[in-house]
Design a protein around this ligand. Structure first.
Ligand SMILES: [Zn+2]
Length: 84
């Protein structure tokens, strides 16, 4: 498990470059999902973190809001619309 996991807060990541060191044009904040040991972006499943290639990124933990990746927001809205 990641040592900087903060429970009950939303984990966000902004990918600055991809694995190949290529810069993203308009970096946005993605929702991070934790699957196994590897955190990854919700929309693209892009894995990041120590030992996961050389992508540059920023992370933050928030109580709410902050996501401005359109794909992530769309996925979250669709999930919230599911009636259980
Ligand atoms: Zn995203």
């Amino acid at each position: 498990m990641s040592t900087n996991t903060q429970t009950n807060r939303i984990h966000l990541v902004k990918m600055i470059t991809d694995d190949g060191g290529e810069k993203y044009e308009n970096p946005t904040w993605h929702f991070v999902q934790h699957i196994g040991d590897s955190p990854r972006t919700l929309c693209g499943g892009e894995v990041f973190g120590e030992g996961e290639g050389r992508a540059e990124y920023e992370e933050k933990w928030v109580d709410r809001g902050g996501i401005n990746c359109k794909q992530c927001l769309q996925i979250i809205k669709r999930i919230k619309a599911i009636r259980l």
